[in-house]
Design a protein around this ligand. Structure first.
Ligand code: S3P
Length: 435
């Protein structure tokens, strides 16, 4: 599937983007191993979260939905999962593979997980290393990449793990394995990363202590079913935050967006660039802060992105680079080498795409330097990366010719109705089906 994004679009109106991907994954995982029936509203009906849902169905968990965002999970209890009949295929979803690795390391059965072309290139030793330290038997494929196999029947012990990189997936993997380990499991992170696992475990009645960079829990506890309200995904909302910021006369309101402090780097960075964002009607829903966000056009300026914001905006950089291309002056990003191991090498792929549109974008080992300027049109290879495809769709708002974007199928992994919501707000994106 390709997108043809045409200039001349506007942005006005109110919209609720789909549910948070990270929270949707975790709702299935924890609901499945809880005692009792967990209900979820606002679940992301995107392919990634569905990969997690199907994995648990394959392990004998009865799950109804999703239907209009509602999922009902009949928890099987901490030791109730059954061996799947074959390999677990988790598609494009790194979160599924890495978090499941932790949750499955202490089961009685063997499991092998596989993924699509993009996931098959991503590093898995980052979860295998701490799991082995806990006593798990973990095999990775060539170069430490998928497939990932966990040998069942191992006795796990708690560890004190200092993460070598800021990664919520690695932190969550270790904590989930810790539920099945003897004694205490502790993680220390080099910088704050999303804390949805810690929050949700507490919501399920599982004690997690957090003290600064350290999170810890004791093995052997049980989880009790709960109701989960999933807020709209700030990572999806980010496309419209940038879209409205760069489009003269734009005025939109994004409803019910999750504004967990570990996720709001995009708001902080855009504000520093001069964007006009108002956070309205702040409230708390099921342990997560939520707000409506009004965004109006404002001229942006280039900045040096503060390094402490990097983990808090890690998924939003592709679209922030588009904001930088529309800003006056130079934007410099450092300390973001993790972007090179996402669904694509997001530093290189964005630098190449922006260069195609006539923007000076110089990749560096751990970041990028972008000079704002006038964007033209061109053909962009998204490398099957959903966030690259959506970012260049947003770029069309300020380009002076059409942008054709290749390989857009994976937009459905995180934001299945992206095109219809975008066009509803006034953008011009056409979907071209390849035959
Ligand atoms: C996620 C953590 C982040 C993020 C990903 C979702 C999660 O990955 O990029 O989209 O749900 O825990 P890393 O842990 O690799 O930074």
């Amino acid at each position: 599937m390709e997108f043809l994004a045409q200039p001349g679009g506007s942005l006005r109106g109110r919209v609720r983007v789909p549910g948070d991907k990270s929270i949707s994954h975790r709702s299935i995982m924890l609901g499945a191993i809880a005692d009792g029936v967990t209900t979820v509203d606002g679940f992301l009906e995107g392919e990634d979260a569905l990969s997690t849902l199907k994995a648990f169905q394959a392990m004998g968990v009865q799950i109804e939905g999703p239907e209009n965002g509602r999922v009902v999970i009949h928890g099987v209890g901490r030791d109730g999962l059954q061996a799947p009949k074959g390999e677990l295929y988790v598609g494009n979803s790194g979160t599924s593979m890495r978090l499941l690795a932790g949750l499955l390391a202490g089961q009685a059965f063997d499991v092998t997980m596989t993924g699509d072309v993009s996931l098959s290139k991503r590093p898995m030793e980052r979860v295998a290393v701490p799991l082995r330290e806990m006593g798990a038997v973990v095999e990775t494929g060539e170069g430490g990449r998928p497939p990932l196999t966990l040998r069942g029947g191992q006795k796990l012990k708690g560890i004190d793990y200092v993460l070598p990189m800021a990664s919520a997936q690695v932190k969550s993997c270790v904590l989930l394995a810790g539920i099945y380990a003897e004694g205490e499991t502790r993680t220390t992170e080099p910088a704050p990363t999303r804390d949805h696992s810690e929050r949700m475990l507490r919501g399920f009645g599982y004690d997690v202590a957090v003290d600064g960079a350290v999170a810890s829990l004791s093995g052997g506890g049980r989880l009790s079913a709960q109701h989960i309200d999933v807020p709209a995904d700030i990572s999806s909302a980010a496309f419209f935050m940038v879209a409205a910021s760069i489009t003269p006369a734009a005025d939109i309101t994004l409803e019910h967006v999750g504004i967990n402090p570990t996720r709001i780097g995009v708001i902080n960075i855009l504000r520093e660039m001069g964007a006009n964002l108002e956070v309205l009607n702040e409230r708390e829903v099921g342990g997560e802060p939520v707000a409506d966000i009004r965004v109006q056009y404002a001229p942006l300026k280039g900045i040096e992105i503060p390094e402490d914001q990097v983990p808090l905006a890690i998924d939003e950089f592709p679209v922030l680079f588009v904001a930088a291309a529309c800003a006056e002056g130079t934007t410099i990003l450092r300390g973001a080498e993790e972007l090179r191991v996402k669904e694509s090498d997001r530093i290189q792929v964005m630098a190449d795409g922006l260069a195609t549109l006539g923007i000076k974008a110089e990749p560096t080992p751990d970041g990028i330097i972008i000079e704002g300027g006038q964007m033209g049109g061109g053909v962009i290879d998204s490398h099957h990366d959903h966030r690259i495809a959506m970012s260049f769709s947003v770029a069309s708002l300020r380009a002076n010719a059409d942008i054709r974007i290749l390989e857009c199928d994976n937009v459905a992994t995180s934001f299945p109705n992206f095109v219809s919501l975008s066009n509803g707000l006034g953008m011009n994106i056409k979907v071209m089906e390849n035959v």
